[in-house]
Design a protein around this ligand. Structure first.
Ligand SMILES: C[S@@+](CC[C@H](N)C(=O)[O-])C[C@H]1O[C@@H](n2cnc3c(N)ncnc32)[C@H](O)[C@@H]1O
Length: 234
């Protein structure tokens, strides 16, 4: 397994390609975000904005947005779409209490070890009545030891691995690896509730039909959860 990176600067060229060419973001993730994002949201801070695909998406809808990430390489690109801050999550000490209408985070929470601090910091900086929107890889997918299994009839099943335990695993990212932090949906929702977030909407989605058609390796996984999204209100 390739070496795990500490910061996504090393992954920046790979991630820019992924974010701009992998159709899954347009076909599967954008519709999830459309459903989860409140109408007329006001200001949205994207936590872990990467090269800025969701800053661009929000800006084209006229939403006032800004982003943060710890990769300067990626922020160089994101900065052409919206103001950006270089900062390490989950701390948000650079934002005042109640200073933003909404926080958004896409494929980042499963890269962060301290999920409790993520929820306490986001609820601190979002104003009363504002929202937190999160999309991540489904916890059934990030569980160490999880993966597809084909039974004797050819049906594709999903092995849960150590789903119920907190854990981590190395996942390939370009020619490197990143650490995925796994916790069950129960742990995630409890951490959010403990911080004071009130759950408003949850989505669990499989890979879309178009993505499965493009990659025969996914055939049979049409009913297997792959993405998880939620919206909370303060
Ligand atoms: C999978 S990319 C997602 C980027 C963007 N949200 C998107 O969906 O296109 C993960 C991003 O999280 C950032 N990231 C990971 N851990 C971070 C941390 N501890 N603090 C700040 N950014 C982090 C990485 O630099 C990278 O840009």
């Amino acid at each position: 397994m390739a070496i795990a990176v500490d910061n996504w600067d090393e992954l920046a060229p790979w991630w820019r390609r992924e974010a701009t060419t992998d159709l899954v973001y347009r076909e599967d993730i954008e519709p999830m975000l459309e459903r989860l994002t409140p109408k007329d949201p006001g200001t949205v801070v994207e936590l872990g904005c990467g090269e800025g695909q969701w800053l661009r998406w929000l800006s084209t809808m006229g939403v006032q947005t800004f982003g943060c990430d710890w990769s300067l390489q990626l922020l160089t690109h994101a900065a052409s779409s919206a103001p950006v801050v270089c900062a390490e999550l989950p701390g948000l000490s650079w934002l005042q209490d109640g200073s933003v209408d909404n926080a958004l985070s896409v494929f980042v929470l499963d890269l962060i070890a301290d999920v409790g601090e993520f929820f306490t910091e986001t609820i601190r900086v979002v104003r009363a009545g504002g929202s937190l929107i999160v999309v991540i890889n489904h916890p059934g997918f990030t569980a160490p030891g999880s993966g597809p299994l084909v039974d004797v009839d050819g049906e594709v099943l999903w092995r849960w691995g150590s789903y119920l335990e907190d854990g981590s695993s190395l996942q390939p990212a370009g020619d490197r690896s990143v650490v995925f932090h796994h916790r069950s949906i129960a742990k995630l929702l409890t951490a959010a509730a403990t911080a004071g977030w009130a759950l408003q909407a949850v989505e669990e989605r499989a890979l879309g039909a178009a993505a499965i058609e493009r990659d025969p390796g996914y055939v049979g996984q049409e009913g297997i959860p792959r993405f998880f999204g939620a919206r909370w209100v303060k």
